[in-house]
Design a protein around this ligand. Structure first.
Ligand code: UD1
Length: 367
């Protein structure tokens, strides 16, 4: 009997998690996958390019919700997703990560009596001011199958009283994608295009509301990065939210005073993977990049006070740095004196996670 699964994606970090699942389903002919793109991210460079590079099939449905406040965006996704679930009558709705599309679709599904699968369950920053933390806690609490990427997630879910039968430690699907595409990424000519030498530059991304929506903090972070740029050129792949706020807070002049920080548009997956692999340091507030740099063996300074991905520190190349000027400068000095060793990796980050997930779903559907 067919197992119909609606796979939800909406924002950039979701696409590299859905891609390996679509591949893994091919080994299980009984699985009938449907892709729903909510349209949370919609720019060519934030969405379509990723589908093409990662070979994800065209979405069967695009809800086209676009940007709005959290309540409006979540509500709009729910309103437009409900008729899709009613029409397609799936056995499961699978959501990934921690974005607004994740919780919105999980909530619709569970209220219609459809089983919910959460990929990347159990991660906790214990910081409830982060929108993603709320999305994680709520999604996990209503999911039937919890697929966990690192061991801390299992501990967190147990502490919250999740039934043991729901919890499956399978490793990290985003690393499946990295391993699959690493060679292809190396073949891109992004370093030549940007005139960069391997290990002679740093790479910046910033987009967390806590960092970029606050004028004083964003200014202080840019000042810290500016000091580092006196040591090493920095490529700053700018997110639409950050770009808007730099304009809003009139920080362009400050940035212009650091000629060694080069602003660029967001990159495609392959180009960005090559940039991360060859950087001397990555400076970021992204969740996923903490994991990717750990597998690539690239030093990562995470400009946050906490991380929901502690294995990247204990078993990887990541360290937390307070997102303020002086701490960023001190963090860079420390990193130069004591660069991370790249001789460990978190368990089950081996390129096989999506296969494990597909197999468990098939078993679950028989119960
Ligand atoms: C969202 C996720 C965040 C994830 C990030 C990756 C939530 C709560 N947040 O944050 O967890 O790490 O995606 O990028 O779901 N915009 C564009 N073009 C686009 C998309 C967005 O210009 O294709 C602009 C819009 O003006 C929008 C702003 O960026 O208001 C922010 O987009 P939004 O999806 O609300 O949140 P992100 O900051 O991208």
């Amino acid at each position: 009997m067919a197992i119909r699964i609606i796979n939800v994606c909406g924002a950039r970090p979701n696409f590299m998690k859905i891609a390996p699942l679509m591949d893994a389903y091919k080994s299980f002919p009984e699985i009938e996958p449907i892709i729903v793109h909510t349209g949370q991210h919609y720019d060519e460079k934030m969405s379509d390019l990723f589908f093409r590079q990662l070979g994800i099939p065209e979405p069967d449905i695009n809800l086209g919700v676009g940007s709005a406040s959290h309540a409006q965006q979540t509500a709009k996704i729910m309103e437009t997703f409900e008729p899709v679930v009613l029409e397609y009558k799936p056995d499961y709705v699978l959501v990934v990560g921690d974005v607004n599309s994740t919780i919105a679709c999980a909530l619709v599904a569970t209220k219609l009596g459809v089983k919910v699968i959460h990929v990347e369950a159990g991660l906790r920053s214990f910081d409830r001011t982060m929108p993603e933390e709320i999305n994680r806690i709520l999604t996990d609490s209503i999911s039937d199958l919890l697929f966990v990427s690192e061991e801390s997630g299992v501990v967190n879910l147990r502490k919250e009283g999740a039934d043991e039968k729901r919890i499956h430690f399978v490793g990290n699907v985003m690393i499946d994608t990295l391993i699959k595409h690493r060679k292809r990424a190396e073949q891109t000519n992004v370093l030549e295009t940007l005139n960069l030498e391997a290990k002679q530059y740093g790479l910046i991304t910033l987009h967390r509301p806590a960092n970029v929506d606050n004028e004083e903090k964003l200014k202080s972070i840019l000042e810290g990065l500016g000091e580092i740029s006196k040591d090493i050129p920095l490529i700053f792949a700018i997110h639409p939210r950050t770009k808007k706020n730099i304009e809003k807070f009139s920080l362009q002049n400050l940035l212009d005073s650091f000629p060694n920080i080069r602003l660029t548009e967001p990159f495609g997956y392959l180009e960005f993977l090559k940039l991360m692999a060859n950087a001397k340091v990555v400076l970021t507030d992204s969740g996923g990049m903490q994991e990717e740099t750990t597998i690539l063996g690239t030093a990562c300074m995470t400009l946050r006070e906490n991380t929901e991905r502690p294995s990247t520190i204990t078993d990887g190349t990541n360290r937390l740095v307070n997102p303020w000027r002086d701490d960023i400068i001190a963090g860079w000095q420390e990193l130069k004196e004591n660069p991370p060793k790249a001789d460990r990796k978190p368990r089950l980050w081996d390129g096989q996670s999506a296969q494990r997930i597909a197999k468990i779903i098939v078993q679950h559907s028989k119960n």
